[in-house]
Structure formats: C-alpha cells, structure tokens
Design a protein around this ligand. Structure first.
Ligand code: NAP
Length: 250
C-alpha cells in the first residue's frame, strides 16, 4: 500500500519541523517547505528519511502565490499526489503596542499568516480534491490561542491574523466536507520555538509568561505536533471544522 503524502509549510523549524519528523515516524512521506533556512530543512529531511520514508526540502515563500503554486507542484512531482497538508508557516513581527507599530510590520504578518495561509489552503483544496487517494485526506491549519486572547501589548495584529485562520478553518471545512476532506486547526499556546527570539524580538518571552500559564510551562513542539497528527489521522475521522486548543489551560 502506498504511503500518505504530507506537505508542511514552514517545516524547517519549530512546530512544523516536529510535525514533519513525527509524521515520518508514523509512515507519511513528507515535503518540508522552508523560506530561507536550507540547512534546518535538510536536517528535518534527514531525520524523516532516517525513519524509512521519502522526504524532500522545498524552498518557497508562503506569502507569494507563485511560490505556493510551485511548491505544491514540486511536492507532487517528488512524492506523488498529496493526501495531507499542514498550513503552518507563520510570523508575528516585532512585538509592541499597536499605537507604536508600523504598517510594514502589520502588512508582512497579514501577508504570510492570512493571505498566504488562505492561498495555501486553496492549493491544498485543489490538490486534495484532485488526489486519486480518497481515503483520509485532511488539512490542518495552525492557529494560536492568541485568536481568543487578543495579545494586548504584544501583537494584536498577529492575534487578528489567527482569528482569520479560525474562520478559514470553519468555512473551508464546510466547503470540502462533500469531498470527504476534513479541515481542522490546532491553536497552540506558548510553545518552545525560535519564534519568540527571532520573530517577536523577545528572547525571554517564554520564561516571562510561563508562570501565567495554568500548567506553569510552555509546550514543547512535540506536544503540538501530537495534536496535529491526531487531526491528520483517521483517529479523528468524524472531526472537521474544529479549532483544537493546546494551550496548557490558557
Ligand atoms: P518558528 O520556530 O519561527 O518557525 C517558523 C517556520 O516557518 C520556519 O520553518 C520558517 O522557515 C517558516 N516560515 C516563516 N515564514 C515563512 C514564509 N513566508 N514562507 C515559508 N516558510 C516560512 O515558528 P513556530 O513557533 O514553530 O510557529 C509555527 C506556527 O505556529 C506559526 O503559524 C505560529 O504562528 C504558530 N504558533 C506558534 C506559537 C509558539 O509559541 N511558538 C504559539 C501559537 C501559534 P525558515 O526556517 O526557512 O525561516
């Protein structure tokens, strides 16, 4: 039997990388998209191949329509028709109150997290509808608990972008249900990745906020990946259109 084929956008680091490696361990062939960190993507590919599946690294900016379309085509050419997609690439922009935030930071975040995520979802829908494999096809979008909490003083524009991901999930799940394709989201809470140091600009963010989390710690990327793998798998075969919060009680 042929293996399921998964594309993860932003699969080179953090939650996306953990998802790629965990999926490989569960028998998926994996296309690892990245934007600029080719070395990190190559390490993820090597870890996947080490688990006995096929894997490929695909560069592409998930805010750019032409790149998105190309990455989907390259994934199919390398691994065969896609059966699963994780719409994960995302950024915050430098944190701060909205009154102090330039339009360029807001625009860049919305370009990746909203316009890009919607275009990735469109290509995922096209690819999964066209796939000859009809069993178990699924899309998982990566949202954030920020969509509910609003992230005051940090990045309300990012929180708003994840609110859009939630609406996308609810609507597209209804559009694709007739095709037998499930669409869900995972909304992580604070998770130990490089996003805090590299995207928000606050390296100490996890340590500062951990005491405020009911479980008193950040998530590991593997803890988020477990929820993603559940929603990709047939263990969740009757679940579509949900936003699964994995936030340690936040
Ligand atoms: P991360 O560690 O900063 O990794 C980001 C990944 O996305 C990298 O693989 C990066 O590629 C890729 N990427 C960024 N912009 C891209 C673009 N325009 N096109 C293609 N790839 C792009 O981030 P993370 O913490 O794992 O976050 C992953 C997702 O989870 C995001 O949607 C984020 O909003 C969400 N999330 C994270 C947290 C958290 O606390 N960490 C909480 C809630 C939600 P390169 O390696 O090439 O740079």
């Amino acid at each position: 039997m042929t293996r399921p084929v998964l594309l993860v956008t932003g699969g080179s680091r953090g939650i996306g990388a953990a998802t790629c490696v965990m999926a490989a361990g569960r028998g998926y062939d994996v296309a690892v998209n990245y934007q600029s960190n080719a070395r990190a993507a190559a390490e993820v590919v090597a870890a996947c191949v080490g688990k006995g599946v096929k894997a490929v690294a695909l560069q592409g900016d998930m805010a750019d329509e032409a790149d998105i379309v190309r990455v989907f085509a390259e994934a199919k050419a390398a691994l065969g028709p896609l059966t699963h997609v994780v719409n994960n690439a995302g950024i915050t922009g430098k944190s701060g109150p909205l009154v102090d935030t330039d339009a360029a930071i807001i625009r860049e975040c919305i370009d990746v997290n909203v316009t890009g995520a919607i275009l990735v979802a469109r290509e995922a829908a096209r690819a999964l509808i066209a796939s000859e494999r009809v069993e178990g096809r699924a899309l998982v979008n990566i949202s954030s608990v920020a969509a509910e909490l609003g992230s005051p003083g940090e990045y309300v524009w990012y929180a708003a972008s994840k609110g859009a991901v939630d609406s996308l999930t609810i609507g597209l799940a209804k559009e694709l249900a007739g095709h037998g394709i499930r669409v869900n989201a995972v909304a992580p809470g604070i998770t130990e990745t490089e996003i805090h140091a590299l995207s928000t600009g606050e390296a100490g963010r996890v340590a500062r906020l951990a005491p405020l989390i009911p479980l008193k710690r950040a998530a590991t990327a593997d803890e988020i990946a477990e929820a993603v793998l559940f929603l990709l798998s047939e263990a969740s075969s009757y679940t579509t259109g949900i936003i699964l919060k994995v936030g340690g009680g936040r």
